[in-house]
Design a protein around this ligand. Sequence first.
Ligand code: AMP
Length: 453
Amino acid sequence: MSFETLGLAEPLVRAVSELGYTQPTPIQLQAIPAVLAGGDLLAGAQTGTGKTAGFVLPILHRLATSPAPQKTASGRWPVRVLVLTPTRELAAQVEESVRDYGKHLKFNSMTVFGGVNINPQIRQLQGRVDILVATPGRLLDHVGQRTVDLSHVEVLVLDEADRMLDMGFIHDIKKVLALLPRKRQNLLFSATFSDEIRTLADRLLNNPAMIEVARRNAPTELVEQRVILVDKSRKRELLSRMIKDHNWFQVLVFTRTKHGANRLAEQLVRDGITALPIHGNKSQAARTRALAQFKDSSLQVLVATDIAARGLDIEELPHVVNFELPNVPEDYVHRIGRTGRAGCTGEAVSLVCVDELKFLADIDRLLKRPIPRQTMPGFEPDPTIRAVAIPMGRQSRGQQYDDGLGAALAPRGGHPQRRPSSGQVSRPGGDARGRSSQGRGGQGRASTGRARP
Ligand code: AMP
């Protein structure tokens, strides 16, 4: 099946072929006909699956094949499509896709997000904007100043709706919904389907088509994954060594906290590696600059937290390094989704210390297979080091797996043999030294006590 046979207009087919897309991805095969049909859509798809083209292409087709818009009674051009995203980076990337895919059509698009001066946005909104890609907070600022009119929106897209809810945008979303005309097409994209997402979908969508593509954690065959067991205090030295020895470029390194990202980037620079942190405390200008340098390979390493990295679309990214494992296993999948995308292979290396073995076990469980473990000559972990719980706000994890790295290196297949050390308390039904009373039975987010870096 080609883009042409999906029924897309010639200028769109030409644009994607110029971008080198030869055939639609699975999400595109399902989403494009559904959106072209004009109904609502509930789609389960993560970044990296080609979901953006899955909604942008059919939306552009619909705009291109419907009557040309007229100025509204207030003398303005109507905003016809509104895409809401959780982050500025994702907004910028979606809008870039709109421009790429729509380059042979005459539609105007723009982004609206916070962290930058509002005045240029106000000026641009006075002109013709067909497609507006926005983060909820800044959009509402414009609504408050009456610099945007959403009353003629024909299509609403909520992109990465789960992240928007995670980030506390539900009230802002509700406010935006109240400003839209009742008759419109609604598309909701989400990587996960929590009860909250279902409630939102029930409220928002009218008899939606439902599609879901395999989560990227199921077929991660494009990403070569490995775990290197190493002591925490030697991770930075090992990382620098690996980057230098293999002359790695475009390395996206994840830390759990903003502070950790700053510190690691500084240390890498001291080791002679060009590195910058990217996270929510950085100005938009600094983030955009770092990303641009990273993309053109003048910056070797970008050190990011999960939130900052969410939705970053860096094509053909060869290396992802988990300098620290995430405490939510799904975030591991999001992180490694940065690499090996749309047909390119990539490598994901996780540097894991004894404190993180419980996180690793959670990730193995989610992936339904253990990630291969190895050690590096000269960086073998010290077996006498015992796990220390990792502080994570409401909940700490780590100490319950104090068998040491020896057990982690042992052949897997069963549960590692527990060897209670002296003074260790047996823990039927709860562990006073680490495990929260909430337990960790399921993989559900609600029970994970997610820490927001
Ligand atoms: P997304 O999931 O929308 O973030 O897209 C992930 C990446 O896949 C982007 O870099 C797109 O440019 C690329 N992409 C999207 N659709 C295709 C396709 N049909 N063929 C090849 N690459 C694609």
